[in-house]
Ligand binder design. Structure first.
Ligand code: ZN
Length: 355
């Protein structure tokens, strides 16, 4: 009697337990972006972004591979090199569908020297260099740290910092983090970081050696006990690529100022060196954003908002070569691509400009 009561109670308890477990809400590992889920909506979104992406040239760099496959999760079944490659190949597909020309440092699992990656991108004639990686924490036992981040070269206070790199990083960071449902790293306000945070004064070699605007994406932590459940999923990698694709599309949609040096304006007058250039953007130029460096020193200038002509007047320096650098941003906040020229002063009358 007592035994059968116990059995009955146990059966009821187990049944309740099973019912409770089966009715618990199942949290999906990821959501489908509404503009990606249905093929026709996805194709329409790609067509919409093609207005801004078509004709652009992008260099993609899936990190690691070949002999370099050591970055994995604890179990060793999520290999960073493979995740990077899958995301990059899917991104290549979306960009090409939108009319871009895409170069890539590797399309299979193979060794590509770090220096060679930057060299390839510099020779490619691409507009942007995008290196794709996944992250790992400082401590091997840490399986919970996880966020999405995008790196740019140098700090805002360094002369060689190009603000356009950070613009691109911000666009990619926001849309990638959004589709993954991840936070950005809290070490910065928006999840983008200077590579000097990792290697002070040097940064990442692939970014430092790239001559074109460049960012390095750290999609998530492949060491995370949550990410290891989804980073090997091809469909999820497609969604990651979609986030980066959308970020790139929105970046180009916001535009950037074009700078044209007015060669005929370069002259010596009353012991002053004078030169002008034009900054143009359909979104309009933010007059406060314009900066001109002559011989790495910030100089005064005048800016005509109506014509977009910026003019500088500098005390005539001694004969020699002087680097000139100009930066401007449009009203959407996007900065011009790197603009660096060399002004050569031959004597008190002759000056010329070259790349
Ligand atoms: Zn990596």
């Amino acid at each position: 009697m007592r035994k059968s009561y116990l059995i009955k109670t146990s059966v009821v308890f187990i049944t309740l337990l099973i019912t409770a477990c089966s009715s618990a809400p199942v949290v999906p590992l990821y959501e489908y972006p509404p503009d990606w889920k249905e093929t026709d909506v996805r194709q329409k979104t790609i067509a919409d972004y093609s207005k801004y992406i078509s004709g652009k040239k992008l260099f993609l760099d899936p990190g690691h591979g070949g002999e370099d496959r050591r970055n994995t999760n604890k179990k060793g079944d999520v290999v960073e090199a493979d995740v990077n490659l899958r995301v990059a190949m899917n991104l290549k597909k979306y960009l090409e569908q939108a009319g871009a020309t895409v170069f890539i440092s590797r399309e299979i699992d193979k060794t590509v020297d770090l220096g060679y990656r930057s060299e390839l991108s510099n020779k490619s004639g691409a507009d942007l260099f995008i290196s794709i990686h996944h992250n790992a924490p400082g401590k091997a036992e840490d399986i919970s740290t996880n966020y999405t981040s995008v790196y740019y070269h140098a700090k805002e206070t360094d002369f060689e910092h190009e603000p356009c790199n950070r613009d691109i990083a911000r666009y990619i960071e926001r849309d990638l983090a959004y589709v993954m449902g991840n936070p950005g790293g809290l070490g910065s306000f928006d999840g983008t970081y200077s590579d000097y945070n990792i290697y002070p004064g040097q940064g990442f070699s692939v970014l430092r050696k790239a001559n074109i605007p460049a960012v390095l994406v750290e999609g998530a932590f492949h060491t995370s006990h949550f990410e290891e459940l989804r980073l090997n999923n091809e469909e999820f990698n497609q969604i990651q690529a979609w986030g980066i694709f959308r970020g790139i599309g929105k970046y180009f949609r916001a535009g950037k100022p074009e700078i044209n040096f007015l060669v005929d304006s370069l002259k010596v007058e009353n012991n002053f060196l004078k030169f002008s250039w034009m900054v143009q953007d359909t979104a309009g130029i933010n007059p406060k954003s314009v900066v001109v460096y002559f011989n790495k020193e910030e100089k005064e200038f005048s800016f005509n908002k109506l014509t977009g002509i910026v003019s500088a007047k500098i005390d005539l320096p001694a004969a020699g070569d002087y680097p000139v650098r100009i930066i401007a941003a449009n009203k959407n906040g996007n900065h011009s691509f790197p603009f660096n020229k060399k002004i050569t002063v031959t004597d008190s009358k002759t000056v010329n400009i070259s790349d």
